[in-house]
Structures are given as structure tokens and as C-alpha cells.
Ligand binder design. Sequence first.
Ligand code: NAD
Length: 395
Amino acid sequence: MIIKPKVRGFICTTAHPQGCAANVQQQIDYIKAQGAIDKAPKNVLVIGCSNGYGLASRITAAFGGGANTLGVCFEKPPTEKRTASAGYYNTAAFEQAAKAEGLYAESINGDAFSDECKEKAIDLLKANMGKVDLVVYSLGAPRRQDPKTGELYTSVLKPINEGYTAKNLNTDTLTISDITVEPANEDEIAHTVKVMGGEDWELWMAALKEADLLADNCNTVAYTYLGDKLTWPIYGHATIGKAKEDLDRAAKAINTELAGVSGTANVAVLKALVTQSSSAIPIMPLYISLVYKVMKEEGTHEGCIEQLYRLFTEGLYTDTPRLDDQNRFRMDNLELNADTQAKIEALWPQVTEENLFDLTDYKGYSEEFLKLFGFGWDGVDYEADISPVVEMEFK
Ligand code: NAD
């Protein structure tokens, strides 16, 4: 079949296998060009390994440090008539490249929140990899079923206490209008914390410790976004921000739990960029288009892979990590630079439908969005009639 993008709102329902492979290869090439990472981990578990920041973490560990990796993701396989999800093709391309270099690379396609998935990971680690020295927790999930009670929790993206009206770009119609988001109630806040907070991260670490699969001096890291004034009402000070605050609580609890193996747990604050998760958050597409515009002009623009390389070299594996007073690695320093934010804030009220492509880098945003699904990569023949089926043996 000839595979074209089919975009519905903030999701593209098709993916191109060769384009996804090109995406993975470009990130591998970037990491290899930086040279080997000193003191890099050798056995790495990545929970949320198939897209965005988790995929970049896995690539950095494997191709910057020669690590064996076990990945966990939740992806849709292809059929003869339907493409797989992008994360499926990304994972297939990653495994092929890692195995070609003699690295162990296997992936579980399942619900990371379930006990069954944790048990499977433990069995695979025991059989094939041994103790892990880094666990990356990088899930972007809209819902979670509690493994003990079976109750289903759904997260919401809403402000807290009072409603919020803000300028929003509709990426289907390219119209800009105010949207009003009503405040979340207590239940919605609690549900969002249950899905995106630290409880499941703690369950993973407890299960790994119980199975004696944590190496001495192991690290674990979970990802968050803090942002600044423009995004606080919908992110930092909103339901998702509450859930992310819970990661700080969980990091402290895990640190206590890991004392016996001298392990450490940190939250890492990363910058805003286009991923399948962030494009679903109101106002983020417009904010990120402005971030891209300003940071590209400044020469400070970074994607997932550049952020992850810095997390490894300026956070996790250096004697002088950039930590804040909450013990979080700060890789969002360039985005949150006061001058950069001032430029974005000055542009924000001026953006209209007419000047969208001049004042913001919406062009770059939308191209990058399509690239997440394998569309728009040089060297890929998008008119070619190809099979969507890529063989991949998930665990
Ligand atoms: P993403 O949508 O690109 O990737 C999410 C990953 O989670 C995928 O690998 C997916 O398969 C996996 N996943 C989702 N549900 C799962 C489940 N039930 N079981 C197993 N795997 C599952 O997301 P992303 O933007 O890379 O976000 C990853 C983390 O980084 C999140 O915690 C997010 O808050 C954080 N973060 C994102 C940004 C941003 O701008 N994108 C900025 C800072 C921090």
C-alpha cells in the first residue's frame, strides 16, 4: 500500500515504517557522533521505550554507552491492511540496529501498569540481562488500571481551583481562538495523580528490588515538565502538574527504598517539544511553536535526543550534575532562560491566524509532528507501494 498521513486532531492514525526507521537512525547517528559516554550504564530498563523521550533514552544508553536494553511499550502491531503505530516501527528499527552491534535488545508490548508486565520484565531480566544499573520511567499514558483493585483511572488536563481561558491554536483548521477549560474537581485531580504520578514508578522499583535485580549504585529517573508563566495554568499548576509533584514524593520514597544498594532516584525536568503526548495538551502546540521559533533563532533548539544526551552527560553520569533544590536534574535550563521566556511572552499576544507562520515556527512544529509518524524524512519514497508489515518479535 501507499502510506500517507491521516491526521485527526492531535493524532496521526497511520505511520510509515521506513520513515520511523529513518527517525531512529537519525537519533543513533547523533549519539554516535558525540562519542562514547563516560561511566554510562550497561544494563538498562526503559519503561515507555518506543516514542519521544523514552526512545531517546534507550538510543542514548545503547549507542552512547553500549548498553543492553529491555524496553516496555504499548503499541499497535500492523496487519496487511493497516499500518502499525509509530512506536511499533520505532522499536523494530531500534532492535535491529542494536542487535547488529551485538547488544541485547528486547521489548515487551504490554500494559506497564499491570503486575503481569512487571513479572514478564523480571523474568526476562533474570534470564537474559541480569541486574540493571539504570531504570528510565517515561510513560505518557491517558489511563491506568490499578493492578490490585482493577479500578480504571483516567487523567484529565484541567486547571485547578478556577477555570482558565487562553489563546489556543486548532491544529486541524489553523484557527486561533480562546478556549476556556473548566477547573478539575477533586476526583479528577486524584485520578490524574493515580495515572501520571509516582505510584507505578514505585511499584516497578519495589518489584525489581524484591527480585534482586538492582545493581549497586543503580539510578532511576522519571521525567517531568515544569514550564513557566504561560503554561503554568494548564500544566505546572494544573492537574498534570499535581501528578508530576507526586513524582517528587515518589523519588524521595524510592531513594529510601534503594539505600541498601546505594541507588538513587531523581526526577528529570525536560524541555517542551513535540511528541504524541504533548500535542494533546491545550495551548502546547502554540507555545511549542513559539519555543521553536525563539530557540532556533538563538541557536539553542534541542529535540529529544539532544536533551537525553545532556541528561546523561550533565545529569546522570557526571560528578557535577545540574540539580535543583528538589534534587531534580534540570535539562529545561535553556527553555526557561529568562531572556528566552521574555521573548516568547512578548510574541504570545501578537500571534494571529494571519501571522502564525511568521511569528511562530508552526511550520517546524507541524513538520516535526508528522516526522513522529515517519512522514517527511529525506530518502524515503512516499509514493512507493510497500507492505505495512514489519516482522518484530515482541516479548
Ligand atoms: P510519548 O507519547 O512520546 O511516549 C510515551 C511512551 O509511553 C510510549 O513509548 C508508549 O508506548 C508508552 N506507553 C504509554 N502507555 C503505556 C502503557 N500503559 N504501558 C506501556 N507503555 C505505555 O511521550 P513523551 O512526550 O516522550 O513523554 C514521556 C515522559 O516525558 C512523560 O512523563 C512526559 O510527561 C515527560 N515529558 C514530556 C515533555 C514533552 O514536551 N513531550 C516534556 C517534559 C517531560
